[in-house]
Design a protein around this ligand. Structure first.
Ligand code: IPM
Ligand code: MN
Length: 357
């Protein structure tokens, strides 16, 4: 069980440290190796995804990833920016299936900006396609506008495209995830406007024939955004493309009160995976010891479940996290009067302690 540990920037190293503590007390023989990525990769080797880091990630069974990005790298050319590290890893490792659960822990119901009755008991899963769409479609760039009223001016352009096989494989991931849950799948598209997403809708409808036990419906992305804040509990599993999935998953995350609680898995066809918290590098609070490590710890649990098939160990971690919440321990992002505010390391230690109990 070889795990590449890529802490990255900002709060990345602090939160990864807590997840590593948790992995080390499970009594399993993991082989952990750490490498720099993102701004840290650029600082050490002149590239956000240094060759050695990519080689390590390729050789490992799983990658535990912190977060990338920091103000000091904002003015670098696009190819050298920290975000290229995560985009490069997803593409180069073929991690097309992104699972982003949004679960509201009952103890945190008050942390949501939505009314408790709208979000209590929320448990939805967004399946986001991660290596296609307008994120990666070629051609792209800035060129001379070839036609229309702005002909001759400079224009920026990107290409939205999805191959049939690309849609089929993510649809299978989503239908299978739905089979293990509430057996309902909502495919989110923009078929009323975009050719790519009419095609998406047709292919998902075709794949549905292989999963008669799952109820499929289709929703336009603008309506999906509205329904997510109006009646989020009506969803079970949502499947969508890279771009819509990026936006909807942030929205879904916030329903739970804190993006600091949400893990994610990015899987290839053989369940090799990269696991990362859904939140970013939060450079404004980096080094202060106040970041919430629970999303990263829960990402490690997803790693045990999806890559290593160690469901019992994954359950143990998730139970330990629930227990520290029940004890009233809260990092600043989920703090409410009447609970106990703790720092990053204290929270990590509390999970370790709960695991031993
Ligand atoms: C995410 C992030 C990334 C994305 C960025 C950092 C490239 O927002 O994982 O959702 O857009 O996919
Ligand atoms: Mn995002």
């Amino acid at each position: 069980m070889k795990i590449a540990i890529l802490p990255g920037d900002g709060i990345g190293p602090e939160i990864i440290e807590q997840a590593v503590k948790v992995l080390n007390v499970l009594g399993e023989s993991f082989e952990l190796e750490t490498a720099p990525v993102g701004g840290a990769g650029y600082a050490a080797h002149g590239h956000p995804l240094p060759e050695g880091t990519l080689a390590l990630a390729k050789a490992a069974d799983a990658v535990l990833f912190g977060a990338v990005g920091d103000y000091q790298y904002d003015n670098l050319e696009r190819a050298l920016r920290p975000e290229q590290a995560i985009l490069g890893l997803r593409k180069q490792l073929g991690l097309f299936g992104n699972l982003r659960p949004a679960i509201l822990y009952p103890e945190l119901a008050g942390a949501s900006t939505l009314k408790p009755e709208v979000v209590s008991g929320l448990d939805i899963l967004i399946v986001r396609e991660l290596t296609g769409d307008i994120y990666f479609g070629q051609p792209r760039g800035v060129r001379e506008c070839p036609d229309g009223p702005f002909k001759g001016q400079r224009e920026g352009f990107d290409t939205m495209r999805y191959a049939e096989g690309e849609i089929r494989r993510i649809a299978h991931v989503a239908f299978q995830a739905a089979q293990k849950r509430g057996k309902r799948l909502t495919s989110v598209d923009k078929a009323n406007v975009l050719e790519t997403f009419q095609f998406w809708k047709d292919i998902v409808t075709d794949v549905h024939k292989e999963y008669p036990d799952v109820a499929l419906d289709h929703m336009y992305v603008d309506n999906a955004a509205m329904q997510l804040v109006r009646a989020p509990k009506k969803f079970d599993v949502i499947v969508t493309g890279n771009m819509f999935g990026d936006i909807l998953s942030d929205c879904a995350a916030m329903l739970t009160g804190s993006i600091g609680m949400l893990p994610s898995a990015s899987l290839d066809a053989n369940n090799k995976g990269l696991y990362e918290p859904s939140h970013g590098s939060a450079p404004d609070i980096a080094g202060k010891g106040i970041a919430n490590p629970l999303a990263t710890i829960l990402s490690a649990a997803m790693m045990l479940r999806y890559t290593f098939n160690k469901n019992e160990q994954a359950d143990r971690i998730e139970t330990a996290v629930k227990s520290v919440l029940a004890q009233g321990l809260r990092t600043a992002d989920i703090f409410e009067p009447g609970t106990t505010k703790v720092g990053t390391a204290e929270m990590g230690n509390a999970v370790v302690k709960a695991l031993a109990a």
